[in-house]
Ligand binder design. Structure first.
Ligand code: ADQ
Length: 463
């Protein structure tokens, strides 16, 4: 068994408590720990220092080695804030109007990838298998190849891959895709994303695309003098583990306090990083429409939105925060009663256990991204339900999860009236239909867990 090397922007170092970390960090750490020959986790330390040391800082935990590099303030601004978060993120989420492209930021993105590749190449053994994660490191394989690295290198994109004409808004789109083709295997969340890349390769590059017989399995691409495979690997959660946690948390102190505070009212829950891709404003607007159009819900439904501040250094995120503050205030100002507050809006994060308990209390899980790679909150909400009396998932068709969650009430978040109708439908749905929908979703989540995702990707990379 070869050593596994995982590269991601943020590395979960040994001292970090995994109860705070996401399911992904846990899954990747398990993947590394499960290798007979151990594993290496390489990436950014999360620290910005005036003069970064050239060599990585090392740590280890059992059979896992960790190697992290710091960024300089200029790199943090160019690579991370300006290019990854202010160019690639809005572009890949179809928000062309929010892109803030500068050539200097692109140069910084490339040079950080070169610097990281230089350090990683020195740590690699000839038979290591390398698995690179997410949009921060698209050019990493090409930079490693330039240094003579011949290892098998796979890439997984956690966010959507945009359609050809959208991607073309990036001046350097061709080089970015050429760099992507330096991997041996590229994994996306959905087959929609696979299609977007293959269309680009066919129509922009004039490359070759071979679909497998019967339509199942990886697509083979030949472009930029490289051959690679591309496939969909929908990420998931530790379904049974999350369900157990939620059942256990049902009687935990915070869950009980939440339930008591609601009285007989139904809870609608939204949980997101405060990000414009998540469609939180549309959600607030839809809730306002619901209260206006369906007065019977007034006083009987509480909408709780949990949204910790994210990427506060990017101006679009600060604007979104102001917008949401205003919306929450207006809805409460207009509809609140002395004994009922329609919206509870919390700019803070909670532990996974607390969230599991909160999901279980909620009659509706409202997940309305305008575009989302997968959206694990949708899956966690389903797994947290009590099968005897489950809540309803209301899910945007633009979340990757919509391809799997056939039991959800599927909505188009751009249609806020339709969204309000979906919410009304979920709030008034009879028990039998709620059970059937939940069972359909749960069957999918039992058949595709985070372990299936990880093993599926690594098996395809090894094949
Ligand atoms: P994110 O955009 O961060 O991830 P998402 O998948 O919804 O989105 O959440 C990831 C994790 O963070 C979940 O486990 C969730 O519980 C947790 N989380 C979210 N909001 C939280 C909050 N307010 N407080 C505490 N925890 C919170 C990116 C892509 C997604 C993709 C994931 C994984 O944008 O589309 O599903 O990666 O590939």
């Amino acid at each position: 068994m070869a050593r596994l090397v995982i590269v991601s922007n943020r590395v979960s170092m040994p001292r970090e408590r995994l109860s705070r970390a996401g399911g992904l960090a846990v899954a990747l750490r398990e993947a590394l720990a499960g290798q007979k020959d151990g594993g290496l986790w390489f990436g950014w330390s999360g620290e910005t220092v005036a003069e970064p040391q050239p060599a990585p800082r090392r740590a280890s935990l059992g059979k896992i080695d960790f190697a992290v590099l710091d960024l300089s303030p200029a790199e943090h601004k160019g690579f991370y804030t300006d290019f990854a978060n202010s160019t690639l993120w809005p572009l890949f989420h179809y928000r062309l109007g929010l892109i803030d492209f500068h050539r200097a930021a692109w140069e910084s993105y490339l040079s950080v990838n070169e610097r990281f590749a230089e350090q990683l190449a020195a740590l690699l053994r000839h038979d290591d298998v390398v698995w690179v994660h997410d949009y921060h490191f698209i050019p990493l394989a090409a930079a490693l190849r330039r240094r003579g690295v011949k290892n098998r290198i796979g890439f997984f994109l956690h966010i959507p891959f945009p359609a050809h004409e959208v991607l073309a808004a990036l001046p350097a789109h061709r080089q970015l895709v050429a760099d992507l083709c330096a991997y041996d295997l590229v994994g996306f969340q959905t087959w929609n994303d696979v299609r977007a890349l293959t269309e680009y390769v066919l129509h922009e590059v004039g490359g070759r695309v071979e679909r497998p017989d019967g339509g199942i399995g990886a697509v083979r691409i030949a472009a930029f003098d490289r051959e690679l495979r591309v496939a969909g690997f929908p990420i998931s959660i530790d379904t049974e583990g999350f369900a157990r946690t939620a059942a256990h948390e049902a009687e935990a102190e915070d869950t009980v306090r939440l339930r008591d505070s609601l009285g007989n009212r139904s809870l609608v829950i939204g949980v997101d990083r405060l990000d414009y891709s998540k469609g939180i404003s549309k959600r607030f607007e839809a809730f306002q429409i619901l209260l206006g159009a369906r007065p019977e819900h007034r006083g009987h439904v509480t909408f709780m939105q949990i949204a910790p501040i994210s990427r506060g250094e990017v101006s679009q995120y600060r604007q979104l925060r102001n917008e949401l503050d205003g919306l929450a205030g207006r809805i409460n100002g207009r509809y609140a009663e002395f004994d009922w507050m329609p919206v509870r809006y919390l700019n803070r994060s909670f532990t996974r256990n607390q969230l599991a308990g909160f999901y279980r209390v909620a009659r509706v899980g409202l997940v309305t991204p305008l575009r989302d790679g997968m959206n694990l909150v949708a899956k966690e909400y389903v797994a947290a339900q009590d099968g005897a009396d489950p809540g309803v998932l209301v899910l945007s068709r633009f979340a990757g999860a919509a391809a799997e969650m056939s039991g959800a009430v599927i909505v188009n978040p751009y249609d806020t009236e339709g969204l309000a109708e979906g919410l009304d439908r979920a709030l008034t749905m009879p028990l039998e239909e709620r059970r059937q929908r939940w069972q359909a979703n749960m069957a999918v989540l039992r058949g595709n867990t985070i372990t299936h995702w990880r093993e599926g990707f690594l098996a395809a990379l090894a094949a």
